[in-house]
Design a protein around this ligand. Structure first.
Ligand code: ZN
Length: 296
C-alpha cells in the first residue's frame, strides 16, 4: 500500500515539476527572442536635394588651383609670304589700321623687280611694328626639285638674300616647302629636300615652316578658305596642343591673295575675330621660342 500510495502521491508531484520547468524554459526563450529582435529601422534617407548637391560643387579657387591653370596667352604668328608684290601694301595697311603685328617673308628678287616693289620694300622697312624675314632670293625660280638637289646652291641663295636686305633676324622660310629646323623641331615635308635644308640650318639660320595655311586660289588669287573655318581650325589646334610648339601657332598667308576689295575685307574681319579673343596675342616671327639668334 505504502508503495501504492507513494506511487499515487509521487505522480502528481513529478507532473507539477515538469510544468514548472517548461514554463521557465518558455519564459527564457521568449526573453531571448525579444532581445534578438532587430531594432526598429530608421526611416530611409531622403532623396538627394539641394543640400547634398552642395557637396559636389567645385571648391572655390585657391592659390593651388590658380597655379595649375595654363600659363599666359596663346601666341599667334601671322606670317605673309612672297612680297613685295601687288598685295603687300594692302596687308601692310591692314596691319597698321588694325594694330596687328605681321611678319613678312620676303623674296629678295621681288624687291628689285620694279621701282614700285622697291618702294614697297622701303615702306615695310619704315614700319617698326612689323618685321621682315628671309624667304630666299630667287624662290627657287619655281624649280623646286632642281633647287633642293644642290644644298650649296640653296645656302648661297639664302645668304645672298640675307646680305642684300640685312634682315634683323636669321629666320628663314624655305621656298615651296613646309620645313622646320628650330631647336629639336625637325620637319621636312618632302624628304629629297632634307640635305639642303640641313645645310641652311648648319649655316646659322633657323628654319620656320607653318602650322596652318590660309591658302588661295591660284587662278583668281583670292583666299579659298572661309574665315570661320580658319578660325575654328586655329582654335582646335591651339586647344589640342598640336602646333609645333604648344601654345604657339604660325599661320601662313600670302600677300598676293589680298588685292581685291572683298579679299582685303575678309582679312580685316579675320584679324578682328582673332583680336576679339582675349586668349590670343600676336607675336613677330623673330620672337618665336628657342631661336638661336634672337634679334636685338
Ligand atoms: Zn613662297
Amino acid at each position: 500500500m505504502d508503495t501504492t500510495s507513494a506511487s499515487d502521491e509521487g505522480e502528481p508531484a513529478n507532473n507539477n515539476h515538469s510544468y514548472f520547468r517548461i514554463l521557465v524554459f518558455c519564459t527564457c526563450i521568449a526573453f531571448l527572442f525579444s532581445c534578438k529582435q532587430p531594432k526598429k529601422e530608421l526611416p530611409p534617407a531622403p532623396p538627394p536635394g539641394p543640400d547634398t548637391l552642395v557637396i559636389e560643387k567645385k571648391p572655390a579657387a585657391t592659390t593651388d588651383t590658380i597655379a595649375k591653370k595654363p600659363m599666359g596667352k596663346k601666341k599667334i604668328y601671322l606670317t605673309f609670304d612672297d612680297g613685295p608684290n601687288k598685295g603687300t601694301r594692302n596687308v601692310l595697311q591692314v596691319s597698321k589700321e588694325e594694330n596687328v603685328p605681321i611678319s613678312f617673308f620676303i623674296v629678295g628678287k621681288h624687291v628689285f623687280d620694279s621701282p614700285e616693289q622697291k618702294a614697297t620694300w622701303e615702306l615695310l622697312k619704315a614700319d617698326t611694328s612689323i618685321v621682315m624675314c628671309n624667304h630666299s632670293y630667287t624662290h627657287a625660280g619655281g624649280q623646286y626639285t632642281r633647287f633642293y638637289s644642290n644644298p650649296a646652291g640653296v645656302v648661297a641663295d639664302i645668304r645672298s638674300c640675307q646680305e642684300k636686305l640685312a634682315f634683323p633676324n636669321y629666320v628663314v622660310r624655305m621656298p615651296g616647302r613646309n620645313a622646320w629646323r628650330i631647336a629639336d623641331i625637325r620637319v621636312t615635308d618632302i624628304k629629297e629636300s632634307r640635305a639642303a635644308i640641313d645645310s641652311v640650318y648648319q649655316a646659322g639660320f633657323d628654319v620656320m615652316g607653318w602650322d596652318i595655311e590660309w591658302s588661295f586660289d591660284h587662278k583668281t588669287l583670292s583666299p579659298d578658305t572661309a574665315t570661320g573655318i580658319l578660325l575654328r581650325r586655329i582654335r582646335n589646334m591651339l586647344d589640342a596642343g598640336t602646333t609645333k610648339t604648344p601654345g604657339h601657332l604660325v599661320l601662313l598667308a600670302h600677300d598676293q591673295a589680298f588685292q581685291k576689295t572683298n579679299d582685303i575685307s575678309m582679312l580685316v574681319s579675320f584679324l578682328r575675330e582673332l583680336k576679339s579673343n582675349e586668349d590670343y596675342e600676336f607675336i613677330l616671327a623673330g620672337k618665336y621660342p628657342r631661336l638661336r639668334r634672337v634679334p636685338e
